[in-house]
Design a protein around this ligand. Structure first.
Ligand SMILES: Nc1nc2c(ncn2[C@@H]2O[C@H](COP(=O)(O)OP(=O)(O)O)[C@@H](O)[C@H]2O)c(=O)[nH]1
Ligand SMILES: [Mg+2]
Length: 475
């Protein structure tokens, strides 16, 4: 791990985005932060108060020239983000000044921070656990209010508290199992299996709850993935453009135009939605179009919602679907399918109802019951019906997650907790069968390790690398 090499160093970096701005902020953290900044800021009083701001002229000690009028804030050891002595210099936000000040700070004895190194130090000094460190990144990257809310809950320790609670339960069960071994000769069972089963059952239920929340947590964090799928020429690309309010995808009357997936990220009622336009499904001899279709098919299992786009006008002339379209959609039970009947600007009110009813009945016969609420009639050209589609998406995202502090949104947590769940199931089975405690202990220890790994109480360099790699400089 790159950070381990030099934990004693005092580090510095620009904490604000590079480029021009009203102000820029440079952060300095480490044992020597104060003397280093002091050498550039002779105006600082002899003794500094934590969380106070000092105004004055920053000067180069080497070249004896003025650099900028600045504000210097001081955060004492134990009271800063990193847990170390930290100084922040706010200067007039010019990229040139940023470089200049950073250079002076390096001459004075600090080194440039790696991306994420400040947060890493906060973790190492015990101010944040790993879950919280990850939430700092999530907070920086959040694109919506909801995503920021979720990250903030995580930063404030929502998930951590739950996990620490589970950790305690597991340790308690492990201790009792050990005791049962110690007293086995005397034929004493310190804790009855039923009691242990009860505790572990509680842990399992909580872990399962968190795992279930992942889907929604991920949607909030990364955006809801919605695929626009259907036969060629039904208006998938037109719908993408209509949703985005711009000509993103090429629209023609020639079938098979779209080959690559085209994405549109859009805020829908406070939530990021990623609409994905895809190559139309049909038999084709064109190798490029064929690759596009393969991509469409491989995308389906991973999306949160499938908008199956139908050509309402064509359906009025000729009822029926090609197998190439029908089969993959019927085989995608993971993601909810929504039928979107397009081009209704060409239909009378009566025809719209007729087509919608026919689609519903037809799909029901095929074993796909969409009900009335998952069949929409829209026009990508006139824009009618798009509001209803967005309302539907909003209802899918649900509101309840925000109330629960146990919502997880990181793939890392999901993987580890899945492992924990499996281990818990196995050990519960062993307990019920009266398997000897040694085996159960072995299983449960791994469960405990998984929980501790989420919190960062156990880690290896690879895990750290994965968590901190995505950070930006200065954080
Ligand atoms: N009248 C009408 N024509 C549409 C509508 N949506 C798409 N079209 C037309 O249908 C043709 C195919 O559209 P396109 O978006 O390229 O379909 P895709 O192959 O599914 O991406 C184009 O000529 C569009 O102008 C609609 O809502 N109403
Ligand atoms: Mg297209």
């Amino acid at each position: 791990m790159k950070f381990f090499r030099s934990d004693e160093d005092t580090i510095c970096a620009l904490a604000t985005p590079s480029g021009q701005g009203g102000i820029g902020v440079i952060r300095v953290s480490g044992a020597r932060a104060e003397p280093i900044v002091r050498s550039l800021a002779p105006f600082l009083p002899k003794s500094l108060e934590s969380h106070r701001v000092y105004y004055g002229l920053l000067k180069s000690p080497f070249h004896q020239r003025a650099i900028d009028e600045v504000l210097v804030s001081y955060f004492a050891e134990g009271r800063s983000f990193t847990g170390q002595h930290t100084m922040e210099v706010s200067f007039h936000g010019s990229p040139f000044l940023a470089r200049d000040i950073l250079q002076e700070l390096q001459l004075a004895g600090s080194r440039m921070a790696e991306p994420g190194e400040f947060t890493f130090r906060a973790f190492m000094s015990g101010r944040l656990d790993l879950v919280q460190a990850e939430s700092v990144l999530q907070l920086i990257q959040s694109e919506s209010r909801k995503s920021a809310d979720l990250a903030l809950k995580q930063l404030q320790g929502g998930i951590s508290q739950i996990l620490v609670g589970l950790e305690e339960q597991l340790i308690w069960v492990l201790a009792n199992l050990e005791a049962n071994i110690d007293f086995a000769q005397e034929d004493i069972q310190v804790a009855q299996n039923e009691v242990l089963e009860d505790r572990l059952g509680g842990v399992l239920a909580r872990v399962e709850e968190m795992l279930v929340s992942y889907r929604q947590g991920r949607m909030v964090k990364e955006g809801v993935q919605v695929a626009l799928v259907g036969a060629p020429n039904v208006g998938k690309s037109s719908l993408l453009n209509a949703l985005g309010g711009e000509d993103r995808a090429i629209v023609t009357e020639i079938p098979g135009t779209t080959r690559d997936r085209i994405e549109l990220r859009k805020m829908v009622r406070g939530q990021v939605v990623n609409f994905i336009d895809t190559a139309g499904l049909r038999k084709t001899s064109d190798p490029i179009e064929h690759m596009g279709i393969e991509r469409t098919l491989s995308l389906l299992p991973s999306v949160d919602c499938i908008f199956w786009i139908l050509d309402g006008w064509a359906l009025c002339q000729d009822r029926g679907f090609a197998d190439e379209v029908l089969q993959p959609l019927l085989a995608s039970p993971q993601a909810p399918v929504v039928a979107v009947i397009n081009k209704v600007d060409l239909l009378s009110v009566h025809q719209r109802q007729e087509v919608a009813e026919w689609v519903r009945e037809f799909l029901q016969r095929q074993g796909l019951d969409l009900g009335q609420e998952r069949i929409f009639t829209i026009s990508a050209v006139s824009g009618e019906g798009l509001e209803a589609l967005e309302s539907f998406l909003e209802s899918q995202m649900g509101e309840s997650f925000a109330e629960s502090s146990g919502t997880i949104s990181q793939a890392r947590h999901f993987e580890l907790l899945t492992k924990a769940k499996e281990g818990l199931r196995v050990s519960l089975g062993q307990l019920a069968k009266g398997v000897s405690p040694e085996f159960i202990i072995f299983e449960l220890q791994n469960v405990l390790f998984s929980v501790q790994e989420v919190l960062g109480k156990r880690f290896d360099d690879q895990v750290m690398d994965r968590v901190f790699r995505e950070f930006c400089l200065g954080k």
